[in-house]
Design a protein around this ligand. Structure first.
Ligand code: PLP
Length: 389
């Protein structure tokens, strides 16, 4: 590959040096963390150190961190009527926003008849008033609400704590998918008032295939784990621990936490510059969620009349990696469910391109994107309107 600009950090982030080093050092630790001998205890130490690092990222008690194979599994583990909270009964209804990641939208282990959507506004923010009214009408039931902290496509940040307050006032539990937010903005389980929180290593510079479900306190139990067998993860997720993945996750979580203050300012400056330049190049460019609070590294934009899949290939040929906000399944490209939920017409939604930056994104990479955008996407646009390039 020649020189490339990787601007798809929300899909996955490159491995941080800290994670790479920690994993390389752990590679020769041969023990099983469940074994009682010295080799086993050495592996256990690595796992528990990493558990502490992940817990620190979200202000949790390490005992409440359950390692999983990633964000998808953590979401599946969280969404169950098998949750037990002190003396209160099990949740019997799942309310989830219409912009959740597909791993939440499937509803976990709740039957379809017990699932319900929470709408969002045109700005892509969950409708808290709607939820408050709905929960009042559902009095007597025990809801579990699931809301992401930041949306993976638009980057729009949700008023999670305000929603949690409403949910708790109605005797419910709150699950927060913080996969895109953690490592990018402050993500403290106590401040968010979340009962369960999902994180994933590969979005913050850890390895792929490792994540965690984090519980707010000792009084919350999962009576129906997804995987049963050995007693790993305190009986909440059986299977020999992915020691290398966990070690990499821990190191990445610590590095992300330490870099957080610097991250927001740098990312926002770079993203805002990119958006300003794109608007200069073509004032008709639409930026989704621009008026809402957003992750500092994310922009979702569309040039009216240009399909995202066409633009994506053109940009890739110029060495620029971005992604589209639309989903392709069985060969048919469908508009993003997030933009549909925000009321964006499907013709415009089909043009949505997500550009997401990271802490090592350079000015040159942003320039590469802007040049490629001007040459290819504007070229397509001009050609479509029948103008000479
Ligand atoms: N939740 C959100 C908001 C995501 O963006 C993703 C991944 O893109 C996931 C969950 C799934 O995480 P994982 O890839 O670790 O399964």
């Amino acid at each position: 590959m020649g020189i490339r600009a990787y601007l798809d950090w929300n899909a996955t982030a490159p491995l941080r040096g800290e994670a790479r080093d920690a994993m390389a050092a752990a590679m020769d630790v041969i023990g099983n963390p469940s074994s009682v001998h010295a080799e086993g205890r050495a592996a256990r130490r690595l796992v528990e150190d990493a558990r502490g690092q992940v817990a620190a990222l979200v202000g949790a008690d390490p005992r409440n961190v359950i390692f999983t194979s990633g964000g998808t599994e953590a979401n599946a583990l969280a969404l169950t009527s098998g949750l037990r909270h002190g003396e209160s009964g099990a949740p019997d209804r799942l309310l989830m926003s219409t912009i959740e990641h597909p791993s939440v939208r499937t509803g976990g282990r709740f039957p379809v008849s017990a699932q319900e959507d929470i709408p969002v506004t045109g700005a892509g923010i969950v409708d808290t008033d709607w939820l408050a009214h709905r929960l009042t009408r559902l009095a007597g039931s025990r809801p579990l609400a699931s809301l992401m902290l930041a949306n993976n496509e638009t980057g729009v940040i949700q008023p999670v704590a305000a929603v949690a307050e409403v949910v708790h006032a109605h005797g419910g539990l709150m699950h927060v998918d913080a996969v895109q937010a953690s490592g990018k903005i402050v993500c403290d389980i106590n401040i968010l008032m979340a009962d369960l929180l999902t994180v994933s290593a590969h979005k913050l510079g850890g390895p792929k295939g490792i994540g965690a479900l984090i519980l707010a306190g000792e009084s919350l139990h999962i009576s129906d784990p997804l995987l049963r067998g050995g007693g790993q993860e305190s009986g909440r997720r059986a299977g020999t621990e992915n020691v290398l993945g966990i070690v990499g996750f821990g190191a990445a979580a610590q590095a992300a936490r330490e870099a957080l203050t610097d991250y927001a300012a740098r990312m926002a400056a770079a993203r805002d510059h990119l958006e300003a330049r794109v608007r200069e190049i073509a004032p008709e460019t639409v930026i989704f969620g621009a008026d809402a609070p957003r992750l500092p590294n994310t922009t979702l934009l569309a040039m009216p009349g240009i399909r995202a899949e066409t633009a994506l290939i053109a940009l890739d040929l110029e060495g620029v990696a971005v992604s589209s906000g639309s989903a392709c399944s069985s060969g048919k490209v469908a508009p993003s469910h997030v933009l549909a939920a925000m009321g964006v017409p499907s013709e415009l939604a089909l043009g949505a391109i997500r550009v997401s930056l990271g802490p090592i994104t350079t000015d040159d990479e942003i320039e590469m994107f802007l040049k490629a955008w001007t040459k290819r996407v504007m070229g397509l646009s001009r050609a479509k309107r029948g103008l000479a390039a």
